[in-house]
Design a protein around this ligand. Sequence first.
Ligand SMILES: [Zn+2]
Length: 392
Amino acid sequence: MQELVFLGLFVAALAIGWFLGRREAIKVGFMLQPHGSAIDRQYFIGLNYLLNEQPDEAIETFIRALEVNPETVETHIAIGKLFCQRGDVERAIKVHQNLLARPNLTAEQADRVQLELARDYLVVGMHSRAERLLEELGRSSSSLRGEALGDLVTVYEQQREWAEAVEVGLRLLRERPAFAVVLAHYYCEQAEDALQSRDINLAQRHLQAALKIDTGSTRALLTLAELEERQGHTRAVLKLLQRIAIESPDFVPQILPLAKRCADNGDLDLAAYLDKVLERPEPPMLQTVLARSEELQRHEGDVSAQRFLLTWVQQQPSIGGTLALVKLQMRDVGQMEEGHMGVIRQLLESLQQQRPQYRCESCGFAGQKLYWQCPTCHGWSSIRPLKGYEAV
Ligand SMILES: [Zn+2]
């Protein structure tokens, strides 16, 4: 059925192209032959193949019959695209290569064909050929420069060639300023590679570059804070913690172990730090509320912690919040009640285990782990921590 639909589309595209080509040819005086010319004959041969259920031969004949002139170039490109989408990439490459060899293409048409040919090469995994064509377009003043650079940067990203991805990404910013968010991730990837090779200075330089290109890069802020801690730069760590509290409060749970270590060393007032996050207008993450409740429990006792937690759970009900409340209540009850509450605790724990903690805002992928790049749709920074009802 799909084959039939394809053939239908194909023949329609060719018929339009043939008509346009004939009109153009007559206009410019190329094809003054009467009906029954060689081209017309090719069409009849093609139709014959089609009727004899020989689609491959029919397609070849039709393509040969279709003149390449300024008005049929788009038809040729469309045919190539159809082949590519259908998985017949070799044939798509042939169509596009044949087009590119024609001297009568306008500069814009040649650029379009070059882009399509590069895309064919990518589909069949001929990356270096594709890169060469895309690089050429990316360095030109073509209107397709942005599209070519976008494709090229995706190739380098898929191959995890971060230095090349950064270089192309910087050029792409002219057409796509919003690409800065992705570019910052490329720098962070470079920083991670540098950390693997234990080159802290290089990692730091990449992270600074990430923050320069995207001042709100949460990933760069989090990684840099950890790095500064490793180097014993307490003041820098505290500054970064404050930035994360204000600029990325939803990611404070990621940095809580570090904040707690700073508090243990006497460098940070953890309660005041958490209060600052909780005062933000956006609803806080449950882990931030729980950390503040633990601080209260430690300094003021169970009752203060229970009261505090109850207020937050009522405002933003969640399984995890209710579970924490039950655990706190269990510390103050008798043996019999403890048994009953233990059952409730187990039920809440099993419910909690089934819930995802993160979700991609682009494709809906949900999981327990934070990915900076969505494993399903490959979007960067599209995965967010879940809160309230949605969360654990
Ligand atoms: Zn996604």
